[in-house]
Design a protein around this ligand. Sequence first.
Ligand SMILES: NC(=O)c1ccc[n+]([C@@H]2O[C@H](COP(=O)([O-])OP(=O)(O)OC[C@H]3O[C@@H](n4cnc5c(N)ncnc54)[C@H](O)[C@@H]3O)[C@@H](O)[C@H]2O)c1
Ligand SMILES: O=C(O)CC[C@@H](O)C(=O)O
Length: 529
Amino acid sequence: MTNTSRPVVLIAEKLAPSVLDALGDGVEVRHVDGTDRAALLEAVQDADALLVRSATQVNAEVFAATRKLKVVARAGVGLDNVEVPAATQNGVMVVNAPTSNIVSAAEHAVALLLAVARQIPAAHETLQNHEWKRSKFNGVELNGKTVGVVGLGKIGQLFAQRIAAFGVNLIAYDPYVSAARAAQLGIELVSLEELLERSDAISIHLPKTPETKGLIGAEQLAKAKRGVIIVNAARGGLIDEEALAEAVKEGQVGGAGVDVFSTEPTTESPLFNVPGIVVTPHLGASTAEAQDRAGTDVAKSVALALAGEFVPDAVNVQGGAVGEEVRPYLPLVQKLGTVLSALSPKAPTSVTVEVRGELSNEDVAVLPLAALRGVFSKVVESQVTFVNAPQLAEDLGVSVEVVKETESPNHRSLVTVRAVAADGTTNSVSGTVSGIAQVEKLVNINGRNFDLRAEGTVLLLEYPDRPGVMGTVGTLLGEAGVNIEAAQISQTGDDAVMVLRVDRPVDTQVLDPIGASVGARTVRSVDFG
Ligand SMILES: NC(=O)c1ccc[n+]([C@@H]2O[C@H](COP(=O)([O-])OP(=O)(O)OC[C@H]3O[C@@H](n4cnc5c(N)ncnc54)[C@H](O)[C@@H]3O)[C@@H](O)[C@H]2O)c1
Ligand SMILES: O=C(O)CC[C@@H](O)C(=O)O
């Protein structure tokens, strides 16, 4: 029987079985073939999360078909098949597993290089055909040769470390890596031209970007050392496939190992059936270990995203990594924003997040996103997430600022969220996370001190002070079946503010008459969920 109350996780490609274990029973898992467009567009309508590898195209059309999608998870590194800006526009988080398969990909590049250098696939084939042709397969040693790495990122470095064991000289081209870092790895950084001229073998480990697409074409291959071996286990289209096939046929390139193609999946390529070229169907990440890691990494991220929590591997969330100290403040700051949105339910012109005390020593760049989620909770109809909060702020003309102050007179750390409305009205709410139990507390509203747990439903009344108000409010709430769990009053002169934590949400039909009976100028209900 289908339990519709659980979030629906739609798996659109074959993933490691560990994904299901990592997702657990808290979600309903459904399957669809992500390459069957019509089926995908239908299935995604009810999905809270979508899990893919590289074959499912997740673009604006998919986001338009969704009703409650919160996260797209790519079980792997590359996001070529996910339109990240469209996801951001729709408030959908995109996560990947950036390190899950890097070792496997590096090992595959090594395997391809060795397979080409020793012509292993072709030799294997002769024996399958019952032919013993030893003299046909004369390979080359790597020892003493120069190996050029194009793109010295995560996989480029792992490849370099592994291939170093073969006694090679390593050079690399990567304009974004410092010579000092390369030197640490025992690698000399050179220009692409010099790398082509000096390398006996070249392995490409670039992302596919407008800058890198077609980086190695006929011109570059012609400049390369004659007989060079070229490996591409990064992305199809980085090397011009026609030009590479021609260069191998002419002997300018000694051989090539290719795992990735400009169009995938494919059964046709100029690189197929060329002696000296070894091809694999995008197998770089196809190991038990990499698939397990990718699956469990994204399953963890999906669980966090569905819980509305910050996800470290999210690629379309501003604010960067969130430290242990900052994490408990994310829900609190969102609640402070929710109080502001109850006090003034129109979009403000500016929001300031002021961080005082110990927390001011941390990177708190993510806190404004949490504040905006709360501030916009009553302003926009669409879901407000860590992903689209900055875009919404920009669209609504809301400026956002973080201010840090090391001093915090009464609390180890204190966060104040201040919102200024178009007419200049300012509201501010402060809170802290207290004790080992990390209790979220509201400690100040518009300059008045309180000490109230930020949970459940909180009612706020501003009224002219006189005896008996508390009693009247309590009686009327009691008649409506609402129990008061905590109550505090801040009184100055003739004016008072009462905050009550009650045991259930209170709607305006109950609340407005209560406000009227005590002459309150403001009556608000804040639901913290
Ligand atoms: N075959 C597979 O199954 C498989 C598996 C995993 C990753 N990949 C691919 O491998 C590639 C590398 O992945 P990674 O995790 O190492 O990425 P990475 O981001 O860690 O490294 C990429 C490196 O390329 C460099 N770079 C970017 N633009 C450049 C340019 N114009 N010229 C020179 N260098 C440039 C960057 O500075 C960076 O150091 C990616 O394309 C990824 O999608 C393939
Ligand atoms: O096997 C895959 O899913 C793709 C592997 C790799 O190219 C990646 O981008 O992670």
